[in-house]
Design a protein around this ligand. Sequence first.
Ligand code: SF4
Length: 375
Amino acid sequence: MNVKTASLTDLTDAQLTSLVLSMGEPEYRVKQLRNQIYRGLAFSFEEMTDLPLALRQALEKVTPLHSLKATHQVVGQDGTIKTLFTLVDGNTVESALMGYPQASGRQRNTVCISTQAGCAIGCPFCATGQQGFKRNLTRGEIIDQVLYFANYLKNQNHTAQEITDKTASTLSNIVFMGMGEPMSNYDALWPAIETLNSPDGFRMGARNITISTSGLVPQIKRLSSEKLQVGLAVSLHAADNALRDKLVPINRKYPLEELIPACKEYYRATGRRVSFEYVLFKGINDSLPRARALAQLLRGLACHVNLIPANNTGDRTYQPPSPQTILAFERELKLNHINATLRQPRGQDIDAGCGQLRSRFVSETGSRKKTLNKV
Ligand code: SF4
């Protein structure tokens, strides 16, 4: 088996077993190894002290443990952490860790993961969309972002209570809303999710995993038929095709007449209500008639709308509306019996929108300015 270019997290169960057996080790070593990677969150072979030294050395010779390297990190005033990872081929992706304090005093930690380097969908308001598409991430590159943040949380200073609660010190949710269109990379995304959910893997509950999509109808149908029922979030941003064609160009291929029935099918098959993300852009999609059109479009569909004020990417076309306009839009949806929440923007001071940190890194590297912290 050629594993020279893969990481251990890139290997399927069968490949990992075959690798360990080929080194003359008994099969139970595979379980130990998986336990070290996904439960112990080991970041070096050296840490895996329950495995024989000879096996660790042999593994190190044929494959790296992980496939990406955290190179830069920024921390926002609200505690949001954005990390830039460099892949083996030099491409870069970013992910974010967001902490949400709960009424109980505990904390929920959500990690936002990238699935592609760049993105081919080309939404005009999105920094990633403007960078173009480089390549799909492998399953290992997807998994490794999660493990990186899980390890990061584990190694923070926690109070005894936090350690008992296992909340502040662990990840509670994974959302695939970072760089790229996750559904365009379904063949790597789904095995990564299976490993992240598996009892032999990271053990993240399917209900705590959400896939976001710009609206790839065939993949939404495929998701509806999966045994694991993960959440679905659709980036809607407009309730009519004319505007959505501009804001989310994949709409030209899969218009609302196809997208909404696919979302209904997902709900019928899984019993999970769909989240619709609606980014509010000043003077573009934030009027009361547009709120009513949105309510009309979603009538009869078990769903929730997340309203998100636009991020300021420096593009003067796509600005956030005033707070009054945002609240009026939300109120109009509620008056029309649509569940809606205004989502507080996170990490505003640290290039919160997906792809913004990478854009800054590229421009600062080019201009030799260095305001980003190295990890
Ligand atoms: S918003 Fe999402 S789908 Fe659209 S270009 Fe950006 S990363 Fe791609």
